[in-house]
Design a protein around this ligand. Structure first.
Ligand code: PLP
Length: 403
């Protein structure tokens, strides 16, 4: 009689049609027009940040997500950094996010000079908990009048000329933004989070790096907040090698996002005039060419990932192991499949067994508040966060073309 772990290993090897050798967590699939579009870039010499594929990729993403504007960036971290800057996040500000996230979320906040505050996640979505957010704000924040002259970027100005901001009672600093993350592609309760943040005048940036193809109440993730950001890193549902995207419905902010990611160059046929210290964050045409080819395959990837998650779901139900399925009212992209094991000991033995058997499985990221550079940041009790960190494992999730 096989042990549970042996049964899981056999099941995964069978699904991936890989009787022996390494099975990775998430590999890219290039079965479309990738080579054709890349060759086109080389033959036309448009390999850098000017070229038709960058614009086409932006249009494809805007159309797919329903965002009014999509602005390409070199990676998801850069996209987050720009979104925070465009919410006017300054070194003297604070930004709320979850501790259960990939390092990029906290790093992008730190790049602006602002301090992250870590609030708990919900157990079912693994994303920022509206209840925890509300409780933290109620206990720690108060609305105070803000000096309007300090505010840049038209859309944050209220029509009346009076603005209140949320201030941290402990530090006296303004809490300018909130960055919830749609963990492993499962949408968090984004409408509730936005409703709370609106009451405190806190801008919401959705870190939708993992959730391209995921919907909350039939609306694409990353299109609820003032900004949403995507990533096209090698392990994401589609990849450009490295890449990211800023989503927004605000015309002015979209224009500014393009400007600030392209060295703030003022259009001129030959003069080099730049009107601010800005960034060289534009995606290359080569990367975008890959992105266009990948976008053509995204609907297929989503179907195939759903099939795999359904197969996993019934298999793990049979084994009485908790397999994470999409939250209520949501359609998840099932980017990374996840299990919730009994406890830390079982998590450890699972990680040991599978990795010894060349099946890549991973625990959730080391919590942000446990890392050296963020260990002094303010947190709430992080009860669910710590509970999940001791139990969650990700299992192989690459698209299986012929499942
Ligand atoms: C992948 C990812 C990012 C962005 O990563 P890049 O490698 O910079 O594209 C940001 N946040 C989360 C949660 C991610 O998983």
């Amino acid at each position: 009689m096989q042990s549970k772990f042996e049964q899981i290993a056999s099941f995964i090897r069978e699904k991936y049609n890989t009787p022996e050798g390494m099975i990775f967590l998430h590999e890219p699939r290039f079965n479309g027009n990738e080579k054709k579009y890349l060759t086109d870039c080389i033959e036309t010499t448009f390999v850098s940040s000017v070229g038709k594929y960058v614009t086409r990729f932006e249009e494809m993403i805007a159309e797919f997500t329903g965002a009014k504007h999509a602005i390409a960036a070199v990676n998801g971290t850069a996209a987050l950094h720009i979104a925070l800057l465009l919410c006017d996040v300054k070194p003297e500000d604070e930004v709320i996010t979850q501790s259960l996230t990939f390092i990029a979320t906290a790093n992008a906040i730190a790049y602006t000079g602002a301090k992250p505050i870590f609030v708990d996640v919900d157990k079912d979505t693994m994303g920022l908990s509206p209840a925890a957010l509300e409780a933290w704000l109620q206990a720690n924040a108060e609305l105070r009048k803000v000096d309007i002259t300090r505010i840049r970027g038209g859309s944050s100005l209220p029509p009346s000329g009076e603005l209140k901001g949320a201030f941290n009672k402990l530090t006296g600093k303004r809490i300018k933004a909130c960055v919830p993350m749609h963990t492993f592609g499962h949408p968090c309760r984004i409408d509730e989070i936005i409703a709370i943040c609106n009451r405190y005048n806190i801008d919401v940036i959705e870190d939708a790096a993992e959730s391209l193809g995921s919907y909350y109440k039939e609306q694409h993730t990353g299109t609820f907040g003032k900004f949403g950001t995507l990533s096209f890193n090698g392990n994401k549902i589609i990849t450009t090698g490295g890449g990211g995207m800023i989503l927004t419905n605000d015309d002015e902010l979209a224009k500014f996002a393009k400007h600030i990611t392209t060295t703030a160059k003022v259009p001129h046929r030959w003069e080099f005039v730049h009107d601010m210290t800005a960034y060289n964050y534009r995606l290359t045409n080569l990367a975008a060419a890959l992105g266009c080819a990948q976008m053509e395959q995204l609907p297929g990837f989503l179907l195939q990932k759903r099939k795999l998650s359904e197969a996993y779901s019934s298999f793990f139900k049979h084994l009485r192991i908790d397999f994470v399925t999409e939250p209520e009212n949501c359609t998840s992209n099932y980017w990374l499949n996840a299990l919730i094991l009994q406890n830390k000991a079982e998590q450890n033995s699972f990680l040991e067994f599978m990795n010894n058997n060349e099946i890549m499985v991973r625990p959730v990221w080391q919590l942000m508040n446990r890392l050296e550079m963020y260990k002094d940041c303010q947190c709430d009790a992080l009860t669910n966060t710590e509970w999940l960190a001791d139990r969650v494992v990700n299992i192989p999730s690459s698209v299986i073309t012929n499942l």
